[in-house]
Every structure is written in C-alpha cells, then in structure tokens.
Design a protein around this ligand. Sequence first.
Ligand code: NDP
Ligand code: MG
Length: 394
Amino acid sequence: MKQQISVLGATGSIGLSTLDVIARHPHDYQVFALTGFSRLVELERLCLLHRPRFAVVPTAEAARPLQAALEANGLDTRVLVGEQGLCEVAAHPEVDAVMAAIVGAAGLKPTLAAVQAGKRVLLANKEALVMSGALFMQAVQAHGAVLLPIDSEHNAIFQCMPGDYARGLGQVGVRRILLTASGGPFRNWPLERLAEATPQQACAHPNWAMGRKISVDSASMMNKGLELIEACWLFDARPAQVEVVIHPQSVIHSLVDYVDGSVLAQLGNPDMRTPIAHALAWPRRIDSGVAPLDLFAIARLDFEAPDERRFPCLKLARQAAEAGGTAPALLNAANEVAVAAFLDGRIRFDEIARMIEAVLNRISAIAVQQLDDVLQADAQARAVAQDWLVRYGH
Ligand code: NDP
Ligand code: MG
C-alpha cells in the first residue's frame, strides 16, 4: 500500500524538496493533498504533476479559477479553502503522513490537527512547536502521533539519540545537545555595518537555499533561538542542556554529547532532502537524491562560540526558553512582525532584535493552560509590535 501524504506549504522550499523526494519513490508514496498561499500558479503546476485528491488555497476567489483549470485538465482534485481546508487535509482519515511546512504561526492549527488525528507528522514548521510547546507535546502523546523532526539540526539530534531517549536524557546518559549553526551571511561582518544590511544580503545564505523568513532568521540567528526552544520540547531538555556551536561549513548538522565522553554527530551535504527522506521512510532509509558527502573536498570543519553582541536574538530566545509559559509565543509573534517589516524596508536589520525586546518588555508571559492562551499571546504581541512599528518604523 502506498503511503498517502499531505504536503502543507507545498509551494515553498521545504514543500518542493518534499515533492522531489516523493517523486523518486512513486511505488511507496502518493500525494494526497497540496496547499499553497500566494504562489497559486505554482500550486496549479504541482497539482498537474502530482494529481492530488485535494488542493487548498486561502480564499474562495482563489479556489474557483484553480478548480476550473484542474477540471479542464481532466483532474478530479477538489479545491478546499482556508484554515478549515488545511485542517481537513491534515486530519483526513485516509492520510498517513503530513509534511507540516507552512511558515510561521499560520501553520499552528493545521499542524495540531494532524497531531490530534494521530498522524505521522513531519515537522518543518518549528514556529508551531515553539508557540505551543507543552500543549503540542501532550497532544502527540495523547493521540499517538509520530513526530519526526525535519529541521536539519533536530533530525540530526534524533538520529544521534538512543531509541529510548523519551525515558529522559539523564536516564539514557545524554549530557548535552550541541546545536550547530552556520552563523549566516553576517558572521564576519563588522558590527557597525549590520545596521545597513539589506533584505537581499540577509537572504543570501552561504550554505542553504530557503524561504525568505527563515533566511532572515538565520542571519539574525533567531532561527537558532527558535531551534533551541524546539530542541527543548522535542527531546525534553532544559535550555541549559542545549549549547549553540557555530560551524560555518554546515556539514555536521548537530551532535549529542554522552556522559561517557562519546559525542555522536550526523553529517551530510546541506540539502533538506536528507532529513525529509529520513523522516518519510523512518525507520527505513531511502534514496533522497542528495550527493554523497565528499570529505576530501570539504577538507576541514571549523567551530566557534556565538557572539551575543552580534546576535542579540539568540539571547532573547534563550531568555524566553527559560521563562516558559507564553514567552516563546510572544517572542515568535514579535519576530514574525519584525522580519516582515524588515523585508518591507520599514525597519533596519539591527532593529529586529530591538523591536522584539521592546515587545517582550511590554507584555508579561503567563502560564499556558489551553490553546487560547497561546493564541491570545500571539495576537497581543503582534498588536504591540505594530504599535512599535507605527512609532519607530520608517
Ligand atoms: P517558504 O516561504 O519557502 O514556504 C512557506 C510555505 O507556506 C509556502 O507554501 C507558502 O505558500 C505557505 N504559506 C505562507 N503563509 C501561509 C499562510 N498564512 N497560510 C497558509 N500557507 C502559508 O518557507 P520554507 O519552506 O523555507 O519554510 C517552511 C517552514 O519550514 C518554516 O517554518 C521554516 O522555519 C521551516 N524550515 C525550513 C527550512 C528550509 O531549508 N527551507 C529548514 C528548516 C526548517 P506560498 O508560497 O504559496 O505563498
Ligand atoms: Mg535548522
């Protein structure tokens, strides 16, 4: 039987890499649903190629022409609309696995819907887990979902962990998680020049081709901050057990340090098709299309400690991880507004951290009892961030 896969965020960077891997194994996987948001011409092309049962777009206005175009090509794909449509294809009884690859808080409810339906959930959408951490992990347990990390670092950590790591890191002899980071495009820029960094420069990542939001997060290292929080939830680690290591070559994707002094690492070329293929087939291994690692060509691996003056977002994220409750949701929402404003030319690169800090200083984090607490924190942080923009934006 072929595995039925829903790809949420199919038109994005992770979505396209996922479809590339799936297309290499037509006897094992079948695309059940594809979703897009603004790149609807691309979504139509993907539908014609993969012939899914469902497609999802944001509005009814967008659905009509797509439905008509697909019918004209002889497809019986049904086009669904909005968050409800996303949740429907994530939780559909015929679906085996869901690739959660929508960017940002918009992915939270559909990803949770997949978890609550007990699916195999391939998690790229780190923001969903950062926002709702405890609730998300409780839902995984309660509904018997299989959560597999796609983020290359977390996928690497998962591969280096013993099979029974859920017993607790102390129980299985894990001392620390070493989370690697490339340092992004600004690792060596003179500090005083960071203020003039343009969106184009921020999005020119040295090792990875990714969507614009995560590219800016990588440049500010907020991405590593979000990943620190993500690692704490996935592996039940305390923030102090996760150390960030800058490793500019992006060949080691992360490491696990054991009490006996052994350190296990996962290496590979920086290509997201490796973690995607790993999670799709786990515990089997399948071809991903990624070239074998050429250690002689790489020749050397470098490591350095991150500089908090250069990367203040990393410190803000660590503080939010330690504060817990709604703090990570506040951090994430403020960051989403700040990154969008930076990409729109309304704030400078160095103002991203300043704006997030201002939001975190204005709103107190509270304990999370239910999803509404998270959604309210998200809305509140966005409102305060917008106020900040009106006052200080350009
Ligand atoms: P992209 O921007 O390339 O793709 C994002 C996807 O989400 C697109 O399909 C987009 O649709 C869709 N989308 C955007 N906004 C909404 C919305 N409001 N509602 C529904 N769908 C929406 O991002 P990436 O693929 O780079 O990243 C996706 C996720 O994976 C992020 O959470 C990121 O942090 C994570 N990730 C990505 C990595 C990478 O290498 N790219 C590595 C590790 C994690 P459309 O394009 O049609 O507008
Ligand atoms: Mg990553």
